[in-house]
Design a binder for this molecule. Structure first.
Ligand code: ZN
Ligand code: ZN
Length: 258
């Protein structure tokens, strides 16, 4: 009997799990397969995914009360008070909390780069449900500064872009941006300082962005300062449009206080 490579891989994972059991990071239940590898299926779905009614600019969900009556396309109060920027629209699969926040942190800070697979799958499902998949030419990961990338060994946004690339039939991953100076971690800074911290920090690499419809990929959007600066660099390079897809969005109030 011929055994396919995928069957063999499953058996070897099962055998590994028998001798080195793995547990859900959230509920500590033993995981029976390595399908996700870090969370059981129940915990993985615990964090609510974002769906309409939502703000058509920043992608944050409206509360059910505000969204009643199917008024789906109105800006949230924060976006009404914010000056225009070059981003068409920000999409995020969930608010930055619970299991999703834990998974993003593990991907970024604990070297758990295999989490890019399930997180990318979450982005793929979201995109297939709510986005115009054929409407993008390039998936551009938000870059790390080369020093940080060397320390970490990978850019989590590139891993996420690669993991959801298959969902976008006309687009491919292109590391089109470069951080031209190091910046401090945005979450360590108060609101106004964040915009200063990242201003002019990015440049597009080479050319070939003319008339391109770009989807920026990031792990978390906090105040939006980083993705706005990335979009400015891409628009300077003559891109046609820039949208953003992130795993998670920090709520406006939390973003201001972080
Ligand atoms: Zn669990
Ligand atoms: Zn908004």
């Amino acid at each position: 009997m011929l055994i396919s490579p995928s069957t063999r891989a499953l058996w070897s994972l099962a055998a590994k799990n028998l001798f080195f059991p793995i547990f859900c990071r959230n509920c500590r239940e033993r995981l029976l397969t390595e399908e996700n590898g870090y969370f059981c299926p129940t915990c993985w779905e615990i964090t609510e995914r974002i769906e309409p009614p939502w703000c058509p600019r920043c992608g944050r969900p409206h509360t059910a009360m505000v969204g009643l009556g199917n008024r789906r396309n109105f800006l949230c109060s924060d976006c009404r008070d914010t000056p225009p920027d070059p981003i068409g629209r920000i999409y995020g699969t969930a608010l930055y909390e619970g299991v999703i926040a834990d998974a993003v942190q593990a991907l970024k800070f604990e070297d758990k780069h295999r989490l890019a697979g399930p997180l990318g799958e979450t982005m793929t499902q979201f995109a297939a449900t709510w986005m115009d998949l054929a409407g993008y030419d390039l998936l551009v990961p938000v870059p790390l500064h080369r020093v940080r990338q060397r320390e970490r060994g990978y850019n989590q946004s590139t891993l996420l872009a690669e993991a959801c690339e298959g969902a976008f039939p006309n687009a491919h991953v292109c590391e089109a941006l470069k951080r031209i100076r190091p910046t401090r971690t945005q979450s360590t800074l108060a609101g106004v300082k964040r915009a200063e911290n990242v201003r002019g920090a990015f440049a597009a690499l080479g050319d070939g962005f003319e008339n391109q419809r770009i989807l920026l990929i990031d792990d978390v959007v906090t105040s939006g300062g980083t993705v706005i600066e990335c979009a400015r660099a891409l628009m300077r390079a003559k891109a046609q449009s820039v949208d953003v897809l992130a795993v998670a969005l920090v709520e406006h109030r939390a973003a201001r206080n972080r």
